[in-house]
Write a protein that binds this ligand. Structure first.
Ligand SMILES: CC(C)(COP(=O)(O)OP(=O)(O)OC[C@H]1O[C@@H](n2cnc3c(N)ncnc32)[C@H](O)[C@@H]1OP(=O)(O)O)[C@@H](O)C(=O)NCCC(=O)NCCS
Length: 192
């Protein structure tokens, strides 16, 4: 699999693609890393069978679990995921990670978030995308805020981490927020 020349979800430096069998090892390594696990909420070690089962469940088409790859290739940089699609929660939830700490803080995450929002609001008809971060994850909050998310509030004692209950910060972006953002959209970079 090489880079896509004209991918549907095309950011400035990354594109979002479906996962392939080849991604199992990279995903497994990422979620078994204590750092990613801590920030992104993977609480127990996972093996190939568990990852394959997870991928199978994501293949239904209802959820949008994408691999983040550089525009010029198919390297696994991380994942971005639109899930919890039912209306009960007021729109889908967004989760993501950039696997290698050395690749963070370079704008790849922001590019992937912008691309996912263009997909969710521009190709799918969503009104609200939301997420929660650990309250201590100010870096992620900054990344989401930069993409147009706003803080909705603190969820007290939401998660258990390292034996302690910790707060989370819930954030969301509404369609009008996204519409008001002036930047190139994923389709502006397509040849059609
Ligand atoms: C959160 C995450 C996806 C952001 O992706 P990224 O590629 O690192 O973010 P970017 O480089 O696009 O940075 C976007 C903004 O957030 C800021 N930021 C990102 N990570 C930061 C950190 N750890 N500390 C401080 N600021 C940070 C950047 O400085 C930038 O703001 P600026 O332009 O004002 O300087 C990535 O850091 C990550 O995977 N973290 C670990 C897993 C995680 O926290 N997932 C989210 C769970 S909700």
């Amino acid at each position: 699999m090489s880079g896509a020349h004209n991918p549907i979800i095309r950011g400035e430096r990354v594109w979002l693609r479906r996962f392939e069998k080849d991604d199992v090892a990279s995903y497994k390594a990422a979620v078994n890393d204590a750092d990613v696990a801590y920030w992104a909420g993977y609480v127990y070690p996972q093996n190939d069978v568990m990852v394959e089962r997870f991928f199978d469940k994501r293949a239904s088409g209802e959820e949008f679990f994408f691999v983040i790859s550089p525009l010029d290739g198919s390297e696994f940089l991380g994942t971005i995921w639109l899930w919890n699609m039912g209306n009960r929660l007021g729109g889908p939830e967004l989760s993501m990670f950039i696997a290698d700490a050395a690749n963070r803080g370079k704008g790849l995450g922001s590019d992937a978030i912008d691309a996912m929002l263009d997909f969710a609001f521009g190709h799918l008809d969503h009104h609200r995308i939301w997420l929660t971060t650990l309250a201590s994850n100010t870096g992620a909050q900054r990344a989401f805020e930069k993409a147009g998310f706003r803080e909705e509030g603190v969820v007290r004692d939401h998660y258990l981490r390292h034996g302690r209950r910790v707060d989370s910060v819930q954030m969301s972006i509404l369609r009008p927020d996204w519409e008001a953002i002036e930047r190139a959209r994923i389709w502006d970079r397509n040849s059609t």
